[in-house]
Design a protein around this ligand. Sequence first.
Ligand SMILES: C[S@@+](CC[C@H](N)C(=O)[O-])C[C@H]1O[C@@H](n2cnc3c(N)ncnc32)[C@H](O)[C@@H]1O
Length: 437
Amino acid sequence: MLFIKIRRLQQQKKQLLNLLHIRPQVSQVSQIFKYNYSTMEKMEKEEFTPIAKSLKEYIKNNGPISIAQYMREVLTNSKSGYYMKGDVFGRKGDFITSPEISQTFGELIGIWFLTQWNAQGKPNKFQIVELGPGRGTLMDDVLRTLSNFKECYRLIDGIHLIEVSPELRKIQRIKLCGNNIVEDNSCRRIDGLKFFWHNSIEEIPEIWSMIIAHELFDALPIHQFQLTENGWHEILVDIIDSELSPYHFQFKLSSEPINTTTTSSISSLLKKIINSNNNNYKFNIGDKIEISFESGKISTQIAKHIHNNKGASLIIDYGKDFIQGNTLRAIKQHKFVHPLSLPGQADLSANVNFQYLKESAKNLVNTYGPITQSKFLQTIGIKIRLEVLLKSTSPDRHESLISSVIRLIDPLSMGNIYKVLAFLPKEESQLPPICFD
Ligand SMILES: C[S@@+](CC[C@H](N)C(=O)[O-])C[C@H]1O[C@@H](n2cnc3c(N)ncnc32)[C@H](O)[C@@H]1O
């Protein structure tokens, strides 16, 4: 019966996919780079957002900035950065994420961590850590699931949330703690569980940890480089005053190529990443690549924590297992906009390079995957979970429950582009963890 329903709904997939936008796939992204101003028509300049004003001033005084600097400012500027707005998720926001689509997502992540807690000898005290927790929905679903396993749940020592946005911290606190005892950057809920907020994973206590990062890495700043006959140039963001563009900024190649023979951090990292490109792809003139040094740094920090304290980590995001170029995108109210449009009012993100995350972690932990979200969720039992949910809910909710699950696992929707990478301690992980074998 369930499978007949699934098949029927799969036939309606096109309509279902149109319900709400997920972050786009690369083929769609390339469309937004087809903007050109060759029509020579004058265009009305778009409004100046607060970030556009301050960036224009900065570039006027200091010269063009890297895309990474631009992204950092646009997304996390403490006054008017995009994530400071607070709730940017769901139908009324700009985009929707897996935990917001279906409760099964967080529940099954909870089950995966439970298997690791078991496999690593049931440590008698542990914490759960989430980087970039959004509305707090994923953590809420993980905790509800673990609370069904009392032997494990009672050993949770604390929940640690790494979040840059004070507005999102408030939303997370209300979701996870209600209005219970609140202190500076922490709260305690009725069942005694304590929640703490931090700016970096380096601030969390040194104990066995379950660490999850869902759609954090795609929001981290990237640098873009382009190969020319003179070598690799960085693509920068400069001002454009011309009325031939509606935007206040434009992309521009750095005047000098990056000198990859020097030991400056950017040149040595660029060289290392290009050389470790495991596809053995030979770059051609005109090729672009994206590198998120910040992603490598955070991946190493997670790996270091697992190395020192044991535990397990899942990194879930969209991207590929190799270096990519030109995937920077902006989304506003579920539609793509130009990445330099209305800075601070649209979400900016880029595909994750999982190979680089693994490279940055492999000396400290064993890495597994990335595998597709579809494989992860199906192996851990999403269909069984769905059947159980259907039995306990009224029939008028069935269609929406089923379509949400299809959306998570369908290769044409989120099933393939979203990937799952796991880190486990070197000593304890001789066998691959569940889903990764
Ligand atoms: C795309 S949202 C994903 C939210 C959530 N994980 C979900 O799947 O619904 C990115 C989250 O990462 C946070 N974030 C962005 N940059 C960050 C940074 N550098 N450090 C910590 N959190 C960051 C944002 O505020 C937001 O909570």
